[in-house]
Design a protein around this ligand. Structure first.
Ligand code: SAM
Ligand code: SF4
Length: 439
């Protein structure tokens, strides 16, 4: 979502006459779009700001200026504190207020110390300018579209409900309009995003509440749009309708990122996840019934307060039962203001590290096996960019795997059948098997 927000902030600033600087040293304005999800991400900002403060002084000595803006969830969570910790910061703007950037910059220039962290998400999307065709083309074949923001789930480890606010869904019409513009600009894959994307319930033109699959149906009708994806979903919001869409909508990719976090019912309850391991396994089973080749990925947290070795073993057992195509895994990071952070039964760092390594070994083995199993198969690859070597192009399989082939740049933006010949640690390689254009 930060990638999407950064693109929208660039669109907004381009209208004000800003251009992207090739190097940071040449910039007159630097916006740090920050993440607060784990402590490491949040703390990184201050070392980055320290560096920028030095750059600002250097520029000042040359008679030039540098404005520093902190945006995103650290801005939301820490507000004015950011400016107190680093005096060089001119403006702090939360994720729901960045549509006001031009006006806020003006205030800052007039000498005010500005921190805008209001929750006015509904206003935001209406106020943002649309990107130009050139901006769309420069960003490539695959584009994110935020359809839903915020979260009402309050998992006990997570800051999102506090930084992104309550769940809101954008109106269908505004999403369709944005998607239309992207496809006209050359986009061939749209990834619908939201902190809780499958909780999406947006109003359509007739005022009816529309679920996520309703958006997919509408978008499927766009001729030049080849592929649809969505992320991130919560297991309790995987409705029958959405599961069935994986069978009925050809453009909906057979891949689902569905974080489970833990395989222990006791830990899941304490995480306030609102589902148990059985529920998760049932959802996976139903998905595989309607779409047997669907690839599933997950997020895992190890070392949540009170997690025992037995709890951790339950997570490993769930991993064995599901066979994930890929996964992200994190050590629990206590976040200020969340219930998990208040607990006294925090897990020590060594145990967290040890569990993370064991979990990583298990999910990485599954990822390698999943990739190896595609060797010899022919997959539809959407080509997105040039590869690392001359004459090479790169794209994604339906299962989110990176695929390289020898091929012409003209294939970028097209969906081609590719015979997979080898699986490396991070990508597959293959050959285009037939010239017929799918897209
Ligand atoms: N909404 C998504 C969901 O319900 O799973 C996830 C959103 S969060 C931005 C992405 C991932 O960060 C989570 O799935 C979780 O695994 C991880 N995460 C969130 N808070 C964390 C914390 N305090 N410590 C470690 N990992 C965390
Ligand atoms: Fe955070 Fe996701 Fe839980 Fe919401 S559902 S609180 S975003 S982990």
């Amino acid at each position: 979502m930060n990638v999407y927000d950064a693109a929208r902030m660039s669109d907004l600033l381009a209208k004000e006459g800003y251009d992207a600087a090739a190097r940071e040293e040449d910039a007159e304005l630097v916006v740090l779009n920050t993440c607060h999800i784990r402590e490491k991400a949040a703390e990184k900002i201050y070392s980055e700001l320290g560096r920028l403060a030095v750059l600002k002084e250097e520029r000042r000595a040359q008679g030039k200026s540098l404005e520093i803006v902190v945006a995103g969830c650290v801005a939301q969570a820490e507000g004015e504190l950011v400016m107190r910790r680093q005096r060089a910061v001119d403006l702090v703007v939360g994720p729901q207020s960045y549509h006001r950037l031009p006006a806020l910059l003006k205030e800052a220039r007039e000498g005010a110390r500005v921190a805008d962290t209001d929750f006015a998400a509904r206003e935001k999307f209406q106020a943002l300018p649309a990107p130009t065709k050139a901006q769309i083309a420069a960003r490539g074949v695959s584009a994110f579209v935020t359809v839903q923001e915020g979260c009402d789930k309050f998992c006990s480890f997570c800051v999102v409900p506090y930084t992104r606010g309550a769940e809101i869904s954008r109106k269908v019409e505004s999403i369709i309009e944005e998607a239309r513009r992207l496809v006209d600009g050359g986009v061939r894959e749209i990834v619908l995003i939201g902190q809780n994307v499958n909780a999406y319930r947006g109003e359509d033109e007739a005022g009816r509440s529309t679920p996520l699959e309703g958006l997919f149906e509408r978008l499927s009708a766009f001729d030049d749009l080849t592929r649809l994806r969505y992320t991130t979903s919560h297991p309790v919001d995987m409705t029958e309708g959405l599961i069935d869409a994986h069978a009925s909508l050809e453009k909906l990719a057979p891949f689902l990122h569905l974080p489970v976090q833990s395989g222990s019912d006791r830990v899941l309850k304490e995480m306030n996840r609102r589902h148990d391991a059985r529920h998760y396994l049932d959802v996976v089973e139903r998905l595989r019934r309607v779409r047997p080749d669907i690839a599933i990925s997950s997020d895992f947290i190890v070392g949540f307060p009170g997690e025992t070795e037995e709890d951790f073993q339950a997570t490993l057992a769930l991993i064995d039962a599901v066979e994930f195509a890929s996964s992200f895994f994190f050590k629990y990071s206590p976040r200020p203001g969340t219930p998990g952070a208040e607990r006294e039964d925090q897990i020590d760092e060594d145990t967290k590290r040890d569990r993370l390594a064991r979990l990583e070994a298990r999910v990485e083995a599954q990822r390698r096996a999943f990739n190896a199993a595609t060797v010899g198969r022919t997959l539809e690859v959407l080509f997105e960019k040039q590869g690392r070597h001359d004459g090479q192009i790169a794209g994604k399989s339906p299962y989110m795997q990176a695929v390289h082939v020898d091929g012409d740049e003209g294939e970028i933006g097209r969906l081609r059948p590719v015979k997979i010949v080898a699986a490396g640690p991070n990508s597959l390689s293959g050959e285009i098997v037939e010239a017929r254009e799918f897209a």
